[in-house]
Design a protein. Sequence first.
Length: 66
Amino acid sequence: MEKDLGHYRKAYTKSELLIENTPDNPFQLFKEWFNDVDLCFPDHETNAMTLSTIGVDGYPKTELFY
């Protein structure tokens, strides 16, 4: 393909979730994440999320929530 499609990709900043940097109350961490997304993307659905875990078969299992 000759057309440059690089501008179609969104850049996502990644960070680490380290146990030593998490609050004892998981709801506090969720509140921080929710507020960060709501401030950065006010026109998007802040309450939409995807949760992925690894199943017993070793493959990712994903659920989409709205």
